[in-house]
Design a protein around this ligand. Structure first.
Ligand code: GAP
Length: 511
């Protein structure tokens, strides 16, 4: 665990040093859990957005995008249930004065039991060697079964307490499990209270309840209220989807772990409108589609797992997370939710406007059901950073820091480096950049020796470094160095575009 936390610290340090992520308003000592994306971070973020938009919108004939306002009529949030039910159960430790989410404390306790099961499995592997059958061991070993039973008991009780708003039992569960404050070790807890996560402000110069508006806590509602606008103007036929990327705001009780949990963050969401009764088919479809999108990046397959929600949100009849193995362990990266007809029905009731679809195939009109995919862009960014960041020891004993970012997402695709700052090498390097920059983000670098420059490009994840040397001036060839293998090849300048394109194209991920 300590090694993993160290890895997160290293990533945070690296992200700052090279211009991926800075603490927000740092000259004023920052603002808790708020970050700014720097020159490389902005590029990486845009590339992730582009990968998502292409895959979700442009490659699906029946999905379109929109860009709704962050501010919405306040009734939106009454209708969606966020005013009444978008709460987190919070608990304070009286000694450390630290505030926690009660459900998270319990989930962390469950994770500790899961870690014990994994230890049992590792022991079993050691004991039985090649004959070890993990699934049989998990299904029959008395220790594992006892611990699984314990987990189920805790999850059932937590689910009941959360669903019945039984905050007293949530506190009793924390006490019964002997959960201590991770900071002080104290078990001296306050009662559990509900805390609404929406930020509010006032519209114009009017003050008071009537002018209260909210910063949207999810982008989804901007899609729901535009459902008929898009359906009619785009002549969309069910099943169809509406997608958008945008900022969301939540007054999180515990905002920490770098960009994992922030109060201002960005979501990439898609609402898929389907015929009632067909939602489970589409729920399975989108789970499958989304996990493929993640795995196409080529990261470790075991870094992903599905986790069915213990407590369903007020709008859902089925929900699962795609969890990712972040440096802090497995945590939610994306949610896939079957939202039923809850949102459209609520908006119909509160607005008094019909939000129905006439389905010519069955000659009937209905409120569509919705399957949603919702991923946090900042979490995706952290997932990419944490899988890409490596410190390698090379054959000659030296070390290098390298970010093996999937080439299609890398901030710069190629660095062009004149070996010397003279004899026409800088001019040729700039000429090469001029030929590439329309299609690829290029960087020019002439400072320091060539070895240092390669290391700098490794550290920011540039897939290729092209060096212009003496030979280049006479035969128009250059060396091209691959970030991952560090191998260099001599190629013609005329071939550079095709070589780079082959490696960095989004096609590699999308096809
Ligand atoms: N419209 C559904 C919805 O908002 P959610 O599970 O609350 O569902 C979706 O959020 C995704 O948004 C999460 O899987 C996560 O990636 C991201 N997210 C949620 N809260 C966040 C926060 N405070 N900071 C960063 N990302 C967050």
């Amino acid at each position: 665990m300590a090694a993993q936390e160290d890895k997160l610290k290293d990533i945070i340090g690296h992200a700052k040093e090279y211009g991926f992520v800075f603490p927000s308003s740092e000259i004023y000592d920052g603002l808790s859990a708020t970050y700014d994306y720097g020159q490389l971070g902005a590029e990486l973020k845009n590339n992730i957005k582009n990968y998502w938009w292409k895959s979700m919108v442009q490659m699906n004939e029946n999905i379109v995008g929109l860009d709704a306002a962050i501010f919405m009529a306040p009734d939106t949030w009454k209708a969606s249930g966020h005013v009444d039910a978008f709460n987190d159960p919070l608990i304070d430790n009286k000694d450390s004065k630290k505030r926690y989410r009660a459900d998270v404390l319990i989930e962390e306790h469950i994770e500790k039991i899961r870690a014990k099961i994994d230890k049992d499995v590792t022991k079993g592997k050691k004991k039985f060697g090649d004959d070890f059958n993990e699934s049989e061991f998990r299904a029959t070993n008395p220790n594992v079964l006892r611990r699984e039973g314990e987990i189920k008991g805790i999850e059932d009780r937590m689910r009941n307490a959360l669903n019945n708003e039984d905050l007293a039992d949530l506190k009793s569960l924390i006490e019964d499990l002997g959960i201590a404050c991770p900071l002080s070790g104290s078990k001296n807890w306050t009662d559990v209270k509900q805390f609404n996560l929406m930020f509010s402000t006032e519209l114009g110069s009017v003050s008071g309840e009537s002018a209260k508006i909210y910063l949207r806590p999810e982008t989804a509602q901007g899609i729901f209220v535009n459902f008929l606008n898009v359906q009619k103007s785009g002549r969309m036929k069910i099943p169809f989807g509406i997608a958008q990327i945008g900022k969301a705001f939540r007054n999180e009780i515990v905002a920490r772990q770098f960009i994992f949990r922030m109060r201002e963050f960005e979501q990439m969401e898609m609402q898929f409108f389907v015929r009632p009764g067909e939602e489970m088919k589409w729920y399975e479809y989108w789970k499958e589609y989304r996990i493929k999108w993640h795995k196409a990046l080529g990261f470790d397959d075991t870094a992903y797992r599905f986790h069915d929600h213990i407590k369903l949100a007020h709008y859902a009849n089925a929900a699962a997370d795609i969890e990712f193995n972040f440096p802090m362990g497995f945590k939610e990266l994306e949610g896939i939710h079957s939202r039923t007809d809850f949102d459209l029905k609520q908006h119909e009731e509160h607005s008094g406007k019909k939000l129905r679809y006439f389905d010519p195939e069955i000659n009937d009109s209905y409120i569509p059901y919705v399957v949603e995919t919702s991923i946090g862009l900042d979490r995706m960014f952290l997932a990419v950073l944490s899988q890409s960041y490596k410190e390698e020891t090379l054959d000659d004993g030296s070390t290098r820091k390298v970010m093996s970012i999937p080439p299609a997402l890398a901030p710069y695709k190629v660095a062009v480096l004149p070996l010397m700052k003279k004899e026409g090498m800088p001019e040729l390097a700039r000429e090469i950049i001029d030929g590439l920059k329309i299609d690829f983000n290029c960087q020019y670098d002439e400072k320091d020796n060539i070895g240092k420059r390669y290391r700098r490009q490794d550290a920011i994840g540039t897939p290729f470094a092209v060096t212009v040397d003496h030979e280049s001036l006479t035969d128009r060839t250059v060396t091209i160095r691959d970030r991952d293998t560090m191998k260099q090849e001599r190629v013609s300048i005329a071939d550079l575009h095709a070589i780079i394109e082959k490696k960095v194209s989004l096609r590699n991920l999308l096809s």
